[in-house]
Ligand binder design. Structure first.
Ligand code: G6P
Length: 612
């Protein structure tokens, strides 16, 4: 949601800003704009719609400056339009601002500023910020840090969340940035500096990155980056050297990011396992300190997340319960704190978030921490906000995930959480060595099994051609297969805009079967050996009512009875969602493709949902 890019250096800013915005497209947006500082004035060019249209705009020729800020906006206050798009400028045209987040007290601030003579043109909450900066600038004494001080005073008035980048036609060689509850990073180059919401946007220029802390205010010039903490004290921050190559954020030979990321899964899983599985020894989790005493004191575990990450939680609940004997509840983050769950110092909360920025997940984590829970964050993004809140952080090493619909992060999350469950069992000195050894062996084989599934996509492509015009699809499964069905259904909704539902196969008879008629499509997932016959019966019940059936299975199911069977390699039942989801990610993808949609950027969705 909303992306920010900034540049200060000696090159022309516009190409760098546009390029950065293109890299942030995955966050979801509906308008875009840039502002550059010219000799006398600030040039602002904004557009409703895609960055590629902004890139074609003839007006861009006017933006020649070497300092600039840029933004992709995901509308919250005010519809998508040119006037609501960022950057926003104060009514005296002195300060241009881009903002990610929500200013909760903008109505009150607008009133204050209006009374002070300021005027507004947009419906946004953001427009109060440049005006507030102008107001405080006028109150500040002349000094080298007048802009910095004005921004600090303005941020003190803001309630809500923000990542901000500010340029001014008065202090021409300075950019100020600030963050509270919205991500922001600065890249350090030789005589030039880069700002962005996320590392991939600037990685091709520098891999020396500072990740801002909450409350940080930063003064940036071509040669210096000076940090101030929330108390406005000058502080030192340490740069991270990022090891991903900027190529990992390119589409490469693939037609879309989503397809690329689906095909990257063997490697993402391999990287996530990394060196955690140690031959003839316990798993290596030396990066977190979970003791036997603590685990013995835990009465229940909450897994809290949103969307796909929440589905990863559903998939691993049985493994964690089986290996630890501790009950696990999986909660939707936006619901968690409002239902007042029982949380105390005997609670462990595991928050899963690919981006590490999802506002609801972070809010749930803060709530649980306040009540005394210990916390573990599972994320894919180094230094993301969630890592600052959790007691311990574990990283999936899936590499940057750009497509809005999550694929490789999901399978990597299940992999990492399975390893964590094994770690818990080993810490607890669980006697069940056989299952632990089995899981370890199977995990090491999973990347090659995923490759096998990916190499056999023909049947799925064919099936997508048959069903892409449909209005409804059902995904059914029992036990762990239901977890995969939930994720399959979400993938389809997200990128093909076809309504779909996931049901526990046995629950069909209690209502949904009334919806089954000639040619409705039902996808069955069957990997749980104990439940094969029951699952087949459920599918026959819908087949006799005219449903078209597709089965994803690692079991020997008679192809004479069901014509569309996608076979996946045999797999430990606990790990089956990692394999069974792959053909269904591809199904969603090819349906979206048949419909001529952009799978990478589905309508209305954002990759990183930074507002509640
Ligand atoms: C958004 C995305 C989903 C994602 C969810 C959670 O809704 O569109 O694909 O699963 O956020 O994101 P997170 O970054 O917390 O895993």
């Amino acid at each position: 949601m909303c992306g920010i890019v900034g540049y200060i250096g000696n090159r022309k800013a516009t190409p760098i800003l546009i390029n950065g915005l293109l890299k942030l497209e995955y966050r979801g947006y509906d308008s875009a704009g840039i502002a550059t500082l010219e000799d006398e004035d600030i040039t602002i060019i904004r557009n409703k719609g895609r960055v590629k249209e902004l890139k074609k705009s003839k007006d861009l020729d006017k933006a020649q400056g070497t300092i600039g800020i840029a933004h992709t906006r995901w509308a919250t206050h005010g519809k998508p339009s040119v006037v609501n798009a960022h950057p926003h400028i104060d009514c005296h045209k002195n300060f241009a601002v881009v903002h990610n987040g929500i200013i909760e007290n903008h109505i009150e601030l607008k009133k204050f500023l209006t009374d002070a003579g300021y005027t507004f043109v947009s419906e946004t909450d953001t427009e109060v910020i440049p005006n507030l900066i102008d107001y405080y600038y006028s109150k500040e004494e002349e000094s080298n840090d007048r802009l910095l001080k004005a921004v600090y005073r303005a941020t003190q008035d803001l309630k809500g969340s923000y990542a901000l980048a500010i340029i001014s036609k008065i202090e021409k060689d300075t950019m100020i940035i600030a963050r509270k509850d919205s991500p922001l990073v600065v890249g350090d180059g030789e005589g030039e500096k880069f700002v962005a919401s996320d590392i991939p946007a600037i990685l091709e220029y520098t891999n020396k990155i500072f990740i801002l802390n909450d409350g940080d205010l930063v003064k940036i010039t071509r040669d210096n980056i000076t940090f101030f903490d929330e108390d406005f004290e000058k502080v030192q921050r340490k740069a991270e050297i990022i090891e991903w190559s900027s190529k990992s954020t390119d589409k490469g030979e693939y037609e879309s990011y989503m397809l690329k990321e689906i095909y990257e899964q063997p490697n993402a899983i391999r990287e996530t396992i990394g060196t955690r599985i140690v031959q003839n020894d316990k798993c290596d989790f030396s990066d977190i300190n979970i003791t036997k005493e603590f685990l013995e004191s835990v009465s229940h575990i909450y897994i809290v997340a949103c969307g796909t990450a929440m589905h990863a939680g559903v998939a691993v609940k049985p493994i964690i319960e089986r290996l630890t004997n501790i009950s696990v509840e999986v909660d939707i983050a936006s619901e968690f704190r409002y239902r007042k769950p029982i949380v105390g110092d005997d609670t462990l909360i595991i928050c899963i978030s690919q981006s590490g920025e999802t506002a609801d997940t972070i809010a749930a984590l803060k709530y649980a921490k306040k009540k005394g829970a210990k916390s573990i964050a599972i994320t894919n993004v180094m230094g993301s906000s969630i890592t600052r809140e959790a007691d311990f952080t574990l990283y999936t090493h899936a590499g940057p995930e750009v497509a809005v619909a999550s694929t490789k992060a999901y399978t990597s999350q299940i992999t990492l959480l399975t390893l964590l469950a094994i770690h818990f069992a080993e810490v607890l000195e669980n006697e069940d060595k056989e299952i632990i050894d089995n899981l370890k062996n199977e995990l090491t084989e999973i990347p090659s099994k995923v490759s096998i599934v990916l190499e056999n996509s023909e049947k799925i492509k064919e099936f997508a051609k048959r069903v892409y015009k449909e209005k409804d699809l059902f995904f059914i499964g029992r036990g762990i297969d239901y977890a995969a069905a939930m994720e399959a259904s979400l993938k389809l909704k997200e990128i093909s805009y076809i309504h779909s539902e996931a049901y526990q196969s046995g629950e069909l008879k209690h209502g949904p079967i009334a919806l089954i008629e000639d040619d409705v499509t039902v996808v069955g997932i069957i990997t749980d050996r104990r439940l094969v016959n029951k699952s087949i019966s459920n599918l026959q019940e819908v087949a006799t009512r005219g449903a078209k059936i597709l089965i994803v299975t690692d079991q020997g199911i008679d192809e004479k009875i069901f014509e569309n069977i996608v076979k996946i390699p045999k797999i430990h039942p606990f790990l089956s969602p990692i394999l069974s989801i792959i053909p269904l990610q591809l199904l969603a993808y090819y349906i979206s493709k048949e419909k001529g949609l952009d799978a990478d950027k589905p309508r209305n969705l954002a990759k990183s949902v930074t507002v509640e």
